[in-house]
Design a protein around this ligand. Structure first.
Ligand code: AHR
Length: 663
């Protein structure tokens, strides 16, 4: 029996072939793969592989944002119990969260959060230290996870705002200490005056300590107010001030994403509209940003804001794709809110003004804010997303077209990314089609079997409809099988890249022990470690091995291939770079190896040695801190020609890079 599986035809998925890690391996399969170099299929979208960053799982504060002090401006607050039920933090987070009094040599220190005479109205809270007696006393911050991880020899930039409201002018001291008080770095500061003033210092650490504390003390009684107490490693990504954690940013950059969608996700539309993400609160001097709590139950300093996201996109060669609320709160939250009629214009104006912030001249209102932040050049924003995964309601259906109309009138050059709603049934796609958005964003979190079974989802979609952004997807796990299933799906997307123009896995980041999204995340981390999942490697490999055109191909399984009478599955995606490189991606989700008998037709100058990258292992294998490279790509060379055989291992992703030129 011959099973003939052509690209563009539905592959029927056989559960038994990849059912369990212990499933008996059936006899080896053989497939003939003919690739037609002279029959280009669709052009590959230059923005096909991107990333979706959301501040979930402490991805921002406590994650990518390199600030080491938690709750630096004392703006944490207790959330109303029950009201925002779904994602309230397990631990209450009052304004002194992550802070402790320090009392030494007989002096005592009482801490209280006040708001009477703030640094500025947008940053209302500060801490008052009431110091009594002689000795030394002050305040300590424990960072995230009960301590601040510092490295021997590393340099840290410290700053705070301070003023003394009672007692004799006395210098402050800042130090990094072990939990038992051993000093790791120490430097004197100035004596605070009667008005708020910023002080800065540099700390060089003598010894590595995973749970250090940042300690600020004084030696004379009275009252001292502090705010915006901050500590950054000097060594941030690209050395930027107010920058990003280098190891995490480098791991993201290595994906070579072509788009960066930010900052969510559900945090964009908020639990209620009161905590929806308003980009204007996140730009300008960090001390004047307006912190907020987020949909995932923790707090955001907004030190990582829209400027920093766009700068990060620029630094990694990605196109920024900011998402703005569409006047509706998260449909899963209570209360589920809609903009009042008389406030809708504010939400719409936020979209219009963001374009000016990114692309406006330096003498425009918002272009000036960007320039003052150190980026007079334009960010060259091309896309703007309106709404995130909205529920299908009459209110949204009535409001959304108003956003589109205003953007078309005021910013006709911007491509609008709309929302298809939640899940593969894309309930809002008709609305997106009717309003004529350029691209519609669809999201699905489904089992791996779904991704394999649905790899042909886009083979038959109508080409006149808006293009598609698969802006959030994941196969609900971080095992090798999940990664391979996602690879199978992506191979189907590559052959439909005229219609699916962008993709992004979700979520991107997760801090161990701080997750709201537990089943699957692309990169796991703590203060010292970064773990790249098998899914990460698929993203990285697919993004880095992509031609300019898909090539027509046929995959034909030979006799004996079927198991239990059902057809086998092998995803094949050949793409050719105009400059002369053939990339052949293979994803085998079966427990059976496949002997692939290649015939390369219509290509010139085929180089005899190809580069072969293989990601393979046990179906249930994963990476963790102890074995971060358990599943990692292995690169070898492999002899090729216009005819050659390659054994594709069970449960694997392989990529061939073959030097070859178009006919
Ligand atoms: O990626 C996690 C969440 O999943 C996003 O915030 C939301 O858009 C989706 O429901």
């Amino acid at each position: 029996m011959i099973l003939h599986v052509r690209n563009k035809l539905t592959l029927v998925v056989v559960g038994a072939l990849f059912a369990s890690p212990n499933a008996a391996t059936c006899a080896e399969l053989t497939a003939d793969i003919v690739i037609h170099g002279d029959k280009p299929g669709v052009a590959i979208s230059p923005t096909l592989y991107g990333i979706f960053y959301e501040d979930i799982n402490y991805a921002g504060d406590g994650g990518l944002y390199a600030e080491l002090v938690q709750n630096r401006s004392f703006e944490y607050r207790l959330l109303e119990p029950g009201k925002f039920s779904m994602r309230n933090p397990k631990t209450p987070m009052p304004p002194l969260f992550a802070w402790l009094p320090v009392e030494r040599n007989g002096m005592t220190c009482q801490l209280a959060v006040a708001a009477e005479h703030p640094l500025n109205p947008r940053n209302p809270n500060y801490v008052t230290l009431t110091l009594t007696g002689d000795g030394e006393a002050g305040i300590a911050n424990t960072g995230y996870d009960g301590g601040i991880s510092v490295q021997a020899g590393a340099v840290y930039d410290f700053s705070l705002y301070a003023r003394r409201t009672a007692g004799k002018a006395t210098p402050l001291t800042v130090s990094l200490e072990t939990p038992k008080g051993t000093v790791l770095a120490k430097t004197p500061l100035a004596a605070p005056a009667g008005e708020w003033a910023k002080q800065e210092a540099v700390l060089t650490v003598t010894r590595t300590e995973p749970k250090a504390r940042l300690v600020v003390t004084t030696t004379k009684p009275g009252t001292v107010d502090l705010d915006m107490v901050s500590l950054f490693p000097r060594d941030t990504f690209k050395g930027r001030k107010n920058g990003l954690r280098k190891d995490l940013a480098e791991a993201i950059a290595a994906i070579r994403p072509k788009t960066l969608r930010f900052p969510g996700g559900c945090i964009v539309h908020g639990n209620g509209l009161a905590n929806a993400y308003r980009w204007k609160d996140t730009v300008g001097d960090v001390a004047e940003r307006k912190p907020n709590w987020n949909r995932w139950g923790y707090h955001q300093s907004y030190g990582l804001g829209y400027f920093e996201y766009m700068q990060f996109a620029e630094d990694i060669g990605a196109t920024p794709l900011p998402i703005l609320p569409g006047g509706v709160s998260c449909g899963f939250s209570k209360p589920f809110e809609f903009s009042k009629d008389n406030e809708l214009s504010d939400w719409i104006q936020d979209c219009v003004d963001l374009v000016e912030f990114a692309n406006g001249p330096v003498d425009s209102t918002w272009g000036k804010v960007r320039a003052n932040m150190g980026h007079p050049a334009l960010f060259n924003l091309k896309f703007i997303g309106i709404g995130n995964e909205e529920h299908d309601t009459p209110e949204f259906r009535s409001m959304f077209p108003k956003f589109v109309a205003a953007m078309r009138e005021k910013c006709p050059e911007i491509h609008i990314v709309g929302t298809s709603g939640l899940g593969p049934k894309i309930p809002l796609f008709d609305l997106m089609s009717a309003t004529g958005v350029d691209i519609s964003d669809e999201h699905y979190y489904m089992p791996p079997e779904w991704f394999v079974a649905n790899h042909n989802r886009f083979d038959t979609v109508e080409r006149k409809a808006p293009n598609v952004y698969v802006g959030e997807y994941a196969s609900q796990g971080n095992t090798l099988f999940n990664a391979v299933a996602e690879a199978v799906y992506l191979a189907g997307i590559e052959r439909n890249s005229d219609q699916v123009v962008m993709t992004a896995y979700a979520p991107l980041l997760a801090r161990n022990g701080f997750t709201q999204w537990q089943k699957a995340n692309l990169i796991w981390f703590d203060a010292e470690h970064v773990v790249k999942t098998p899914n990460y490697h698929v993203q990285q490999l697919f993004s880095s091995n992509l031609g300019d055109h898909y090539l027509t191909n046929e995959v034909t399984f030979l006799a004996g291939a079927a198991e239990n009478g059902k057809p086998p599955v092998l995803a094949v995606s050949p793409t050719l770079a105009d400059g002369g490189m053939l990339f052949v991606k293979l994803a085998n989700p079966m427990a059976t190896p496949v002997t692939a008998r290649f015939s390369l037709q219509g290509l010139k100058g085929i180089q005899p040695q190809a580069q072969l990258t293989t990601l393979s292992g046990d179906k249930a294998a994963a990476n963790d801190q102890k074995s971060p490279d358990n599943i990692a790509p292995v690169i070898t060379t492999f002899p090729v020609g216009d005819q050659f055989n390659l054994t594709v291992p069970p449960m694997s992703v392989q990529i061939l890079r073959i030097g070859a030129t178009p006919p």
